[in-house]
Design a protein around this ligand. Structure first.
Ligand code: 5GP
Length: 193
């Protein structure tokens, strides 16, 4: 998706520790015109796939998922991050290791909003080591819902998540795949460009 690649090059900032900051258009300030193009592209890529729900994770996935959902005309559910120790039995829950913060947290989704008969598209902003996506797929599995696929805006292809998830047979569509980036020069190399 060339406009996304161009925007990452123009406004993305490569930080030390393999972190790409895209706060100017995706993670803090949000460019809704670009989000609409992202929504259209996911719709095109998943054309013909039955999807009746979008699942994402707070916080930065929510804005994108909402715009994407406009094109699929389905509701969005977001997994909540929680520090609560005693989680009641009316939720699905699993642990996720955070790439950006280096901590482990619990995510929950109410049983009311995910279950048998749901065909779920997972949407998230980044894919790095794949922990967030694997957490979400675990909740889908626990609930008896079906994973239709995953749509990622930026995959860091030099980290292991994408490879492992594809090897597990999950349909994964990433709109930009970064094969390498250099925090000294700011250079970003995309796959298939
Ligand atoms: P994973 O679980 O795949 O290791 O990491 C995915 C999550 O970490 C995403 O939901 C995203 O919020 C965050 N993340 C991972 N890498 C980056 C990055 O390079 N930049 C930003 N802004 N967020 C990232």
């Amino acid at each position: 998706m060339q406009i996304l690649l161009d925007r990452i090059r123009k406004d993305g900032v490569v930080k030390a520790g393999n972190v790409l900051k895209v706060d100017r258009f995706l993670n803090h300030q949000m460019d809704i015109g670009l989000f609409k193009e992202i929504g259209k592209e996911f719709k095109r890529r998943f054309e013909g796939t039955e999807i009746n729900k979008i699942l994402t994770i707070e916080a930065s996935g929510i804005g994108i998922a909402c715009i994407v959902a406009e094109y699929f005309d389905v509701p969005v559910v977001f997994a909540k991050k929680t520090k609560t120790k005693n989680i009641a039995g009316d939720v699905y829950t699993t642990k996720v290791e955070s790439f950006t913060h280096g901590t482990v947290y619990d995510i929950i989704v109410s049983k009311e909003f995910l279950g048998e008969g749901d065909k779920v598209l997972v949407i998230d902003d980044f894919l790095a080591n794949g922990k967030a996506l694997e957490g979400l797929t675990a909740l889908i599995k626990d609930s008896g819902a079906e994973l239709a696929g995953a749509g990622i805006v930026i995959e860091k292809g030099f980290q292991e998540g994408g490879k492992r998830i594809r090897e597990n047979g999950i349909r994964l569509e990433s709109l930009a795949i970064v094969d390498s980036m250099d925090d000294k020069t700011g250079e970003i190399v995309f796959r298939n460009e």
